[in-house]
Design a protein around this ligand. Structure first.
Ligand code: FES
Length: 357
């Protein structure tokens, strides 16, 4: 016991390992010393804010002057480009102006603020309890249970209009899940390069490359952008000995060439990165990683189901074609809970069965 006390004593007397160096001597800025430099800094900040306003005007003008023509990707690209440049300029200039303002013109005094306990004093706490108790008494929240419970009920129902409004964003004649269950792929549709639309021969697909692919004729669809958002596919070729094909998917690939939906099963970003040594696909949004060797199963990240596979073959001219549409809804897994595909490849939609074949 005595020995322990000796040690405790020694610990109390031990010197600090580091000495607090304190703050360096304060140096005044040029703008503090020379009024003409202060004026110049003011004009610079003004210039940045003016530039920001100009960026916002450019964005609005570009949005009006370069409208999107439905089905025309060029106008969409230019619209997005100028809109993005205008907004980027506006945000960047505001940020730079604010930083410049704070560094050159705002007060340069250095303060030391000691950290105190965040807990209030007993008096403050007692006062807070008193205020709450008084509020409860005056409002009758506890006493008037009928009003209280009906208020809770009203609050529970309050989000309902938002649910109905969001539900109405989907086409009126379809449940939302239908939108993701069918794409433009069907038996015999050629796989074409995106965005040129050039059909792909099996011999064009070399090891290590990844092709961004759309169905042939997608630009002539009624809503090509909507169709592209559903039908986007990635095509890769793997050495046959590295491809682990499940028995129920035998014949879905061609000579090591496989095709998978490009729409991430997490929340629907385009899966755009292919690691050719490991044959992994990576979604840049939240880093979900899919193993192409094993049916694009998820090996990392928040996605919780593999990317849907598109069964492919070649036609008599050697071009890659689809054997059929996807056998499951593409995109976020949320839709998988409402849709299911049974062994006979019927899709079960909200309790009804519809044939997809
Ligand atoms: S959308 Fe792909 S990981 Fe989140």
């Amino acid at each position: 016991m005595a020995e322990v006390e000796v040690h405790r004593e020694a610990a109390l007397q031990r010197a600090d390992d580091f000495e607090n160096p304190g703050l360096p001597p304060h140096r005044k800025r040029q703008t503090d010393l020379h009024p003409e430099k202060e004026k110049r800094a003011e004009r610079v900040v003004f210039g940045w804010f003016l530039l920001s306003a100009l960026g916002s005007i450019i964005a609005v003008a570009a949005y009006v002057a370069v409208p999107i023509t439905p089905g025309d990707l060029t106008t969409t690209r230019f619209n997005n480009l100028f809109l993005g440049l205008g907004i980027a300029l506006a945000m960047l200039a505001i940020g730079i102006g604010a930083v410049h303002w704070s560094k050159q013109l705002m007060s340069d005094e250095e303060h030391v603020e000691l950290r105190h306990s965040t807990k209030g004093s007993e008096k403050t706490r007692a006062k807070a309890v008193e205020v709450f108790t008084l509020g409860d008494k005056e409002s009758g929240f506890t006493r008037r249970s009928l009003i209280r419970n009906s208020l809770i009920g009203a609050l529970a129902f309050a989000p309902l209009p938002a649910v109905v409004l969001f539900r109405d964003l989907a086409p009126a004649d379809q449940v939302p899940t239908d939108v993701f269950a069918h794409t433009m792929w069907e038996a015999g549709t050629r796989l074409c390069l995106d965005p040129t639309g050039t059909p792909i021969r099996a011999s064009d697909v070399s090891y290590g490359s990844a092709f961004h692919v759309m169905p042939e004729g997608i630009d002539e669809a009624e809503h090509p952008l909507d169709e592209k958002a559903l039908a986007a596919v990635l095509v890769m070729r793997l050495p046959a000995d590295q491809l682990n094909e499940a028995p129920d998917r035998a014949g879905w690939s061609y000579d090591g060439i496989v095709a998978y939906s490009k729409i991430c099963t997490h929340v629907g970003c385009p899966v755009a990165l292919y690691e050719q040594q490991t044959h992994h696909l990576l979604c840049p949004c939240h880093q979900s990683t899919f193993d192409v060797k094993n049916h694009c199963k998820v090996i990392f990240g928040p996605a919780n189901r593999p990317l849907p596979q598109l069964p492919i073959a070649v036609d008599s001219e050697g071009y890659l074609i689809a054997q059929r549409d996807f056998t499951e809804p593409i995109g976020p897994s949320y839709f998988e809970r409402l849709h299911d595909v049974d062994e006979d490849e019927h899709i079960l939609v909200a309790g009804t069965t519809e044939d997809r074949a």
